[in-house]
Write a protein that binds this ligand. Structure first.
Ligand code: 1GP
Length: 237
């Protein structure tokens, strides 16, 4: 995968939909027609082959690019435009960094559309997030340790994406800005606690790509307003 020409390289805004949560056709229509750059399908728990296929086929009625964040091998569904494979960097439980991934690659490695598949180096920075509990992430990191993780992901591992995950709370934008300045090839994806245009704007000033999740289910109008808020901010360097 060429880090320069990948599909997500131009994405400034994406909505993340959870296959384990209900969304009716009208809401899905609004999300897919919103002008967002992409819809990412993914979730921490309850993601199955069936609910992933179901959501994908509904999103596929629209032209919006659609990617799958593959968090379990059972839910690896063909037919998406792109696949993201999360590698959690701030956990001591190696099963979440490479263990499960290697288990899946042993079985499916030869069938993976590699040109459309990218690793995401995940830093889970909200200890209360489902994903943090699930993976045993060490989310209280001091600035030096965050920087070390960024060097590891961007310079040593040359991962194409570093995902700063605050799911459920709005994160530390100074930290996110520093991360975007420090990385040389990786895109900084930011997600967490964006509940309207103001936080969307702040996140867009800090990260390359802003990801909006929960508010879709809580306040659709607020979710939709984040698209224009991000579009009005010039791209981060
Ligand atoms: C979740 O980063 C995304 O994986 C978005 O977070 O649900 O808090 O918007 P929110």
């Amino acid at each position: 995968m060429d880090r320069q020409t990948a599909i997500y390289k131009q994405w400034r805004h994406a909505f993340k939909l959870d296959p384990d949560r209900e969304i009716d056709d009208d809401r899905l229509d609004a999300i897919c027609m919103s002008g967002t750059d992409a819809v990412i399908v993914g979730g921490s728990t309850g993601v199955t082959f069936d609910n992933t296929v179901d959501l994908m086929s509904r999103i596929r009625r629209y032209e919006v690019p659609c990617a799958l964040e593959v968090s379990s091998e059972e839910a690896a569904v063909p037919g998406f435009d792109h696949y993201f494979v999360p590698l959690v960097l701030n956990t001591d439980r190696s099963e979440w960094t490479t263990g499960r991934q290697i288990g899946a690659l042993r079985k499916f490695g030869a069938f993976i559309p590699w040109e459309e598949t990218s690793a995401e180096g995940y830093l889970i920075l909200n200890g209360d997030a489902e994903a943090a509990k699930l993976t045993g992430a060490r989310s209280s990191l001091d600035a030096e340790t965050v920087t070390a993780h960024l060097y590891m992901a961007d310079r040593l591992m040359r991962l194409p994406i570093i995902y700063l995950e605050y799911s459920g709370v709005f994160g530390d934008m100074a930290l996110v800005k520093r991360a975007a300045r420090l990385t040389t090839g990786a895109r900084i994806f930011y997600g967490g606690g964006i509940d309207g245009p103001e936080k969307a704007r702040l996140a867009a000033e800090a990260a390359h790509t802003v990801i909006v999740g929960n508010v879709i289910y809580d306040d659709l109008a607020a979710a939709l307003s984040t698209v224009a808020a991000v579009a009005n901010v010039p791209p981060v360097g």
